[in-house]
Design a protein around this ligand. Structure first.
Ligand code: TMP
Length: 260
């Protein structure tokens, strides 16, 4: 597989073309941003951990029949993925209220929701990824009603699976963000899961202590982000005690360099 030109650079990842027009290389950077890019830093080793954790979760989802863009991990920072046309919506799934919803609606932090709540944000950095209603998505043709209904069903299956997977390793899945893309498979239009699922895009709390094991460590200046992500990877069985060379190296590199 030949790595071609850069197609797109986002806040945490870069996409490169390959010699196969249907496949691209997704590169995980060490950059961390929060609050729509207002807060920025580089955390050495974060990209390596997110690459591994996202590979693990997406492979597991494939095994239960949830189609996604992952083809295979290439190396420490790169994966080969299927090229999709991204639906310009961030699908936020909440099991427990925390973060923006508590501020927006005055809900007490940590309120357990009766049922998973799905929210939609328009993917537009300039506008600050505003919250939109299903009606906006349909009115402005960001996705069709049929597509949204399909995505909602997939989201609930992903949520059920991930709640169980994390519960099994002593972690509560508080909320997370998903992205989906359109693709033609055997000349049939399909919608598949895209982007990444990692501690950058989920809120993960230790089941016993409620310790935050996700990007809130950066958002809230709690420190020790790399040890927290490493803990998630170890509990998921991705980093084994004996193969801790990578984890130790990553931890050693965890000095946080503020850009501003
Ligand atoms: P929020 O509480 O800030 O709205 O975030 C909800 C969840 O979605 C949380 O797990 C973080 C994730 N998220 C992203 O991955 N990317 C984003 O741009 C935003 C706003 C949230």
């Amino acid at each position: 597989m030949k790595k071609g030109k850069k197609l797109y650079e986002g806040k945490a990842k870069i996409l490169y073309a390959t010699n196969d027009k249907n496949l691209v290389i997704q590169y995980f950077k060490d950059d961390a941003t929060a609050f729509n890019n207002q807060k920025k830093t580089t955390i050495e080793g974060k990209g390596v951990l997110n690459n591994r954790i996202s590979e693990h979760i997406l492979s597991n989802l494939s095994q239960i029949g949830i189609k996604n863009h992952l083809v295979k991990r290439l190396n420490m920072r790169e994966q080969i993925i299927k090229l999709v046309e991204i639906i310009p919506i961030e699908f936020i799934v909440r099991n427990v209220a925390t973060g923006s919803i508590t501020k927006r609606l005055g809900i007490e932090d940590g309120t357990v929701l009766k049922e998973p709540l799905i929210e939609y944000c328009l993917k537009d950095d300039k506008l600050g990824d505003p919250l939109v209603a299903e009606e906006h998505i349909i009115a402005f043709d960001w996705a069709s009603k049929k597509e949204i209904d399909k995505v909602k069903k997939i989201i609930l299956r992903i949520n059920d699976f991930m709640i169980g997977m994390f519960r099994g390793v002593g972690i509560k899945l508080i909320d997370f963000k998903l992205e989906f893309g359109r693709i033609k498979i055997n000349s049939k239009n399909e919608i598949i899961l895209a982007d990444e699922i990692s501690p950058d895009t989920c809120r993960l709390w230790d089941s016993v202590t409620d310790k935050k094991l996700d990007k809130d460590r950066f958002r809230k200046d709690l420190g020790d982000l790399i040890p927290a992500y490493t803990e998630v990877a170890k509990r998921l069985g991705i980093l084994h005690e004996q193969s801790n060379v990578s984890a130790v190296n990553v931890t050693k590199l965890s000095s946080i360099r503020r850009k501003k």
